[in-house]
Design a protein around this ligand. Structure first.
Ligand code: APR
Length: 261
């Protein structure tokens, strides 16, 4: 593994435009269970694939709102791990790094990554059924109705998390940015995604078609592993800090080594 990480660091050092594509596995070591893991206690009897849909919300807005408040509580108690900080470090070391994440937990931003494209939205943001968005829980405080209503004067629509539910389209501007960055990158670092959910799982193919270097970090091979020229088999929290540390040790495309005169 050491020589593979060293090779990956060499590739990243020469990278001018890097996309870091992350999925639920990126947040695993922060303690956030993925949708697909067994749910605890009260929620164990509910199927997340049914709750995280517009139909599920319309059928029982209170239940879906309370499920997201339960998940919001889980996320609020979790912190970024060393892998998140390593991704933020790569943004400081290399000339152009964009994080494209499927995660809604906000942990990349919390770790200091600045250019983050949240493909599936964020559990920290709320919108109403009529699309009025940009609200936080603080904006809804004081309302006793569950779910609360849209604060926009004259709207009063039911509020919901500003996340992409199964069967919903992604925000076209967000997807457009993620696609453009994948089409322009010279390397893509794929971390913690099974590569089964579209359109996120299609982004690596844009990079692959333009012969970008693809590096994957995952303890288990995914649907995308065949695209990777370097597959680092291990957990994000262990592999990414080692990778970032090696990148920091040498000159990078964005930071030439000072040459003695
Ligand atoms: N480090 C890196 N990867 C890990 C780790 C870890 N510590 N632990 C698990 N993984 C990997 C798993 O091997 C798996 O390949 O993370 C991946 C998680 O896959 P999924 O649970 O399918 O998550 P993801 O690919 O992000 O799912 C995409 O589907 O659940 C919906 O909308 C939700 O954004 C999510 C989308």
């Amino acid at each position: 593994m050491d020589d593979l990480i060293a090779r990956a660091a060499d590739v990243l050092r020469q990278t001018k435009r890097l996309v870091v594509l992350t999925g639920a596995g990126m947040s695993k070591e922060s303690g956030i269970p993925t949708f697909r893991e067994a749910q605890e206690g009260l929620w164990a009897r509910y199927d997340p694939m049914k709750l995280a849909t517009r139909e599920g919300f319309l059928a029982d807005p209170k239940l879906v709102w309370e499920w997201y408040q339960y998940r919001f509580g889980l996320v609020a108690a979790c912190k970024p791990h060393a892998g998140h900080y390593a991704v933020a470090e790569l943004e400081r070391l290399l000339p152009h790094v964009v994080v494209v994440t499927q995660n809604i937990d906000g942990l990349h931003l919390a770790a200091g990554s600045r250019d983050v494209v949240e493909l599936h939205g964020s559990i920290h943001r709320y919108k109403c059924l009529y699309g009025h968005r940009g609200y936080t829980l603080a904006d809804l405080a004081g309302q006793t109705e569950v779910p609360p209503r849209c604060p926009r004067p004259g709207c009063h629509g039911l509020m919901r998390p500003d996340v992409v539910w199964f069967g919903e389209f992604l925000d076209q501007e967000v997807l457009g940015r993620a696609t453009a960055e994948s089409q322009a990158c010279d390397a893509m670092l794929i971390v913690g995604t099974s590569g089964v959910v579209q359109p996120a799982a299609g982004l690596p193919y844009y990079a692959w078609r333009r012969r970008a270097a693809i590096i994957e970090v995952n303890p288990v091979p995914s649907e995308l592993t065949d695209l990777a020229e370097i597959y680092l088999q291990g957990p994000a929290g262990e592999v990414l800090p080692r990778l970032a540390a090696l990148v920091a040790q040498g000159p990078t495309a964005g930071r030439e080594e000072k040459k003695g005169n």
